[in-house]
Design a protein around this ligand. Structure first.
Ligand SMILES: Cc1ncc(C[n+]2csc(CCOP(=O)(O)OP(=O)(O)O)c2C)c(N)n1
Length: 588
């Protein structure tokens, strides 16, 4: 059997149904094999970066390893930004990169290149994959694929890469072990039941407990088990953005988001807690704020994480993680659900009353229903209207910048919706290619892609991919004719001196509706608030792709937001100082 046929058959046996990529001299055999296999469809993208993002989106939607095939040199290097998205969000993907033939590899010779486009792919990717290997002979492919699938998914998941020299791709291999199952290396620690018993005892004794849930509960996804656990313990829950879709917005004890761009209520709850239990979140700086010693000062912090390094990293840096439970979310929940059966619910009526008081008293930063001024719409208002229209099981990919912030802070998440983004790497230009991968993973189920006009420029070519496959993606462009988030950064830090953030300060932006129409997509423009609902109804009842150009007000701010250096409960726009102090349970 030809080696590339073996590779594709292996992917199929593991449940990977699509390979995303672009052709090139060192990738033709892999694509030829994919095109001949009835169960693996090659999807040709406009850019390899997009292919890696599509593979990432494919996993987030299906839970199956996403795969890419690209050529050597520039094909391989172009994957980098997409691979980083997967690495930092713990998404298992498999990158298959072509390489020059083994007799053209430079080996130990003191030169930069021997073969055409020769590039040391594995060393480039060593720091952003769990494993990056080049096979040295054809027989090595079986072992390389076995290891790749195991490593990608075991422990803390992440991307892996196999570099395959061109001559080996054409070699013959004996088709052994295709699809064989491998026992996982992961085993729950024997200490886990005792640690969970301690955690539940602590929770029963707490006066102001809070559970924080994050993206680690989605890689792999454990939302059903999480809900079962939360039902049993009934304490307030705050979410990171990556954990936004783990619970519907109507969940009884759901508080909302917290962090630098999080909700004021979420930040008050976290800052005033006496027990924080962190599940599937590494407490990034975007959550804690920049001054770690001011984070949740009166709280005991318990963290459950598969990666001990994420819990130990705070030692000596201002946050004390009092209890560290090293476990996967699956192992933790499998043990915690039965243990919580005999849980003694704490009396937290005072805490719940305090939260209700904050809910009433904290300022609402999203503007009220705006006047119907023709020419633009308010982003907060638009997202609320969009929430009404989106289906119960809609898959929503969001890019980065203001559009991400406005959406995460205002979307009313429904029962089975998915809300997805490259949370930790946040490159512009992610949402559209990831939506393509998601659409393939969900067998052409409807997808909503939210993106800014800056982000769209980085992946514009992928609109051709959407058209080519008639993918039912509703692309919602938050068109504020600028890099909205960057404008606000410059207003905060450089007295509003704009550089390279809008056309007047040096940025080139196109007439997107015209460009997109020329690329073959239907375009609808929304530019007055009274039209939003009717236009959205029309868009969402139209089958296939639709591009929705939403004219967002150019001066739209991202509020509330924390200025670096401030404690979490002191977001901008700043509250009167007396009110800030009066609302704090714990006085600094
Ligand atoms: C590839 C990449 N380059 C630069 C940045 C820094 N950055 C973050 S958001 C942003 C502007 C985004 O503008 P736009 O997509 O129009 O979104 P808006 O904030 O206006 O909603 C920039 C330049 C980034 N995140 N990714």
């Amino acid at each position: 059997m030809k080696l590339t046929d073996y590779v594709i058959a292996y992917l199929h046996a593991k449940g990977t149904s699509h390979v995303f990529g672009m052709s090139g001299g060192a990738a033709v055999h892999l694509f030829d094999s994919a095109s001949k296999h009835p169960g693996v469809q090659p999807i040709f993208m406009a850019h390899e970066q997009s292919a890696a993002m599509a593979a990432d989106g494919y996993y987030r939607v299906s839970g199956k390893v996403g795969a890419c095939v690209v050529t050597s040199g520039p094909g391989a290097t172009n994957l980098l930004t997409g691979v980083c998205c997967s690495y930092y969000d713990s998404v298992p993907t498999l990158m298959l990169t072509g390489q020059v033939a083994t007799n053209r590899l430079k080996g130990s010779r003191k030169v930069r290149q021997v073969g055409f486009q020769e590039t040391e792919t594995t060393s480039i990717y060593a720091s952003v994959t769990k494993s990056a290997v080049q096979i040295g002979d054809a027989a090595g492919i079986a072992q390389a694929l076995d290891s790749a699938y195991r490593i990608a998914q075991d422990g803390r998941p992440g991307p892996v890469l196999i570099d395959i020299p061109d001559d080996l791709q054409r070699a013959t291999v004996i088709p052994e072990g295709i699809g064989r199952q491998h026992a996982s290396d992961s085993k729950a620690s024997p200490a886990l039941p005792g640690q969970i018993a301690d955690l539940l005892r602590g929770l029963s004794a707490a006066k102001r407990p809070v559970i924080i849930i994050g993206g680690g509960l989605s890689t792999p996804r454990r939302s059903d088990e999480l809900r079962r656990f939360l039902h049993q313990i009934e304490v307030p829950v705050v979410q990171t953005w990556a954990g936004l879709d783990l619970l519907p917005s109507t969940w009884k004890h759901r508080i909302g988001t917290f962090g630098v761009y999080g909700s004021r209520l979420g930040n008050y709850v976290v800052q005033n807690a006496d027990l924080l239990i962190c599940l599937g979140t590494r407490l990034s700086q975007n959550l804690t704020g920049g001054v770690l010693k001011d984070f949740a000062v009166g709280s005991k912090i318990v963290m459950v994480d598969i990666d001990a390094g994420e819990m130990d990293k705070f030692d000596g840096y201002g946050i004390e993680i009092a209890e560290r439970i090293e476990a996967s979310m699956s192992d933790f929940l499998d043990a915690a659900i039965p243990a919580a059966g005999s849980f003694a619910t704490p009396d937290i009526s005072g805490w719940l009353a305090q939260i209700e008081l904050w809910r009433r008293e904290l300022p609402d930063d999203s503007p009220a229903e705006p006047e119907d001024s023709a020419g633009f719409v308010d982003a907060y208002h638009f997202v609320r209207k969009l929430s009404d229209v989106l289906a119960e099981d809609e898959i929503i990919f969001i890019d980065t910048g203001g559009n991400l912030t406005w959406t995460c802070n205002n979307l009313q998440v429904k029962e089975r919706q998915r809300v997805l983004s490259a949370w930790n790497f946040t490159p512009m230009g992610y949402a559209l290619p990831a939506s393509i991968g998601g659409a393939m993973a969900a067998s052409y189920a409807p997808i909503t892609c939210i993106i800014g006009d800056g982000g769209l420029q980085l992946c514009l070519g992928e609109l051709a991919t959407v058209v080519r496959h008639a993918l039912p993606i509703k692309i919602i462009l938050f068109n504020n004719h600028s890099h909205g988030i960057q404008k606000q950064t410059l207003e905060t830090w450089l007295e509003g001196r704009y550089v390279g953030v809008d056309p007047a300060s040096g940025l080139g932006l196109s007439d997107y509706p015209e460009v997109v129409r020329a690329m073959g997509l239907p375009v609808v423009t929304i530019d007055r608030s009274s039209d939003i609902s009717a236009q959205l109804e029309k868009i969402y009842s139209t089958p296939g792709p639709v591009f929705c150009n939403v004219q967002i007000r150019v001066d739209q701010k991202l509020y509330p937001v924390l200025k670096s250096g401030a404690p979490l409960d002191d977001q901008m726009p700043l509250m009167p100082r007396e009110k800030l102090a009066a609302l704090r349970v714990l006085k600094p």
